[in-house]
Design a protein around this ligand. Structure first.
Ligand SMILES: *Cc1c(COP(=O)(O)O)cnc(C)c1O
Length: 375
């Protein structure tokens, strides 16, 4: 067989729901020398990574590290370690990722109660309260930043209701972490997961997670007969590699990915969290003003909008696929299509991490203006 062509992907501007643009320093870090996953130098890098993740999650949780797979594996890690067969779980659903959580609950053999809200609208705490009435679920789960709809879910009231019902509080912070405030300890979050390719602006491939002491205790008091169904994601086993004075082989950590995340986190703390969140808000405002001028309407009410994921209805006469194709081929700009019930009707414009600059915003607005004029 003839050799395949040398890789030569076009440089794009990534303004979809992830991955986002990656800083050259991150790509460079990933190309630094390979060392063993138990090399003393690598252990130091892991420890620094854990500490930076704690600061990003705003937590003191000892059990904070990165699962070796994408954010969906972080999601699965949270559920499979906390749920035993027969447990009850309440999942709030107002988009694709709440749905995915529900699916995983079923696969754990747990009993699912869903609290639904229409896509693009927040979960109503009163509806959750009603669902919790007379129940003692093991956990309540919710998505902080629903990437399928652009909705930011307020968490504090949901956290309070979950804890009043004696449940653990589980949060998806995949799209929010690194782009807006995520206060794990202050908001009473017991298990939280994220991903690297959204506002952290590293390539996809790792999933930062953090477990509160309460969650660790729930995990440790599983019945002996109910082993965690996934060997790879079993925190009891993973801990022997990520924690303690003596580290033992569990799986071979993706060394270069960890270099990349380490560098992406260093860049985040060089910028400063507050400055970074403010940058996301500011560029969102710039994009909003421009899009509204071009006749776009947002899916979500202003008070619940995410800065890093802008879901807008596609105005007539623009057509979904042909315009996205032109953006990609002529302008090298990627934006996201609508998912599920929003397919064909909504675009998802990401302003995540390194993709969140005034230049990105102005380039996209200029391209859209040109495409509209060409009609
Ligand atoms: C992207 C995303 C996920 C899944 O992440 P993968 O890296 O694709 O596995 C989960 N939840 C939310 C809210 C997301 O945006």
């Amino acid at each position: 067989m003839a050799a395949a062509n040398e890789l030569n992907p076009t440089a794009r501007f990534l303004m979809g729901p992830g991955p986002s643009d990656v800083h050259p320093r991150v790509l460079q870090a990933m190309a630094t020398p390979m060392i063993g996953h138990l090399d003393p130098q690598f252990i130091v890098i892991m420890d620094e990574l854990k500490q930076m993740l704690r600061e990003l999650f705003r937590t003191r949780n000892e059990l904070t590290f990165a699962v070796s797979a994408t954010a969906s594996a972080g999601m699965e890690t949270c559920f499979v370690n906390l749920l035993e067969p027969g447990d009850e779980a309440v999942v709030c659903v107002n988009g694709v990722f709440g749905n995915r959580m529900s699916d995983i609950v079923g696969r754990c053999g747990a009993k699912l109660t869903r609290v639904d809200a229409p896509w693009g609208q927040p979960i109503d705490p009163a509806a959750l309260k009603k669902a919790l009435d007379g129940r003692r679920p093991k956990l309540v789960a919710v998505v902080h930043a629903e990437t399928s709809t652009g909705l930011c879910q307020p968490l504090e009231e949901i956290s309070r209701l979950a804890h009043e019902a004696g449940a653990l509080f589980l949060v998806d912070a995949v799209t929010s972490l690194g782009g807006m405030d995520v206060r794990t300890d202050e908001w009473g979050i017991d298990a939280i997961y994220s991903g690297t390719q959204k506002c952290i602006s590293a390539p996809p491939g790792l999933s930062p997670v953090s477990f509160s002491p309460r969650a660790v205790q729930a995990m440790e008091s599983r019945k002996a007969a109910n082993k965690v169904q996934s060997w790879y994601l079993d925190l009891g086993l993973l801990r022997t590699y990520w924690q303690g004075a003596k580290r033992a082989y569990h799986h071979t950590a993706p060394v270069s990915m960890i270099y990349g995340l380490h560098e992406a986190l260093r860049i985040i703390f060089e910028e400063g969290l507050e400055a970074r969140f403010e940058r996301h808000r500011r560029n969102h405002e710039l994009l909003r003003a421009g899009l509204e001028e071009l006749g776009f309407e947002f899916v979500v009410a202003p008070e619940y909008r995410l800065p890093m994921l802008n879901a807008v209805r596609i105005p007539e006469p623009l057509e979904d696929a042909p315009v996205r194709k032109r953006l990609l081929e002529e302008y090298n700009i990627e934006i996201g299509a609508g998912l599920g019930e929003f397919a064909g009707k909504v675009w998802r414009i990401g302003l995540m991490g390194c993709s969140c600059t005034p230049n990105h915003v102005n380039m996209l607005l200029a391209a859209l203006r040109q495409i509209q004029q060409d009609r």
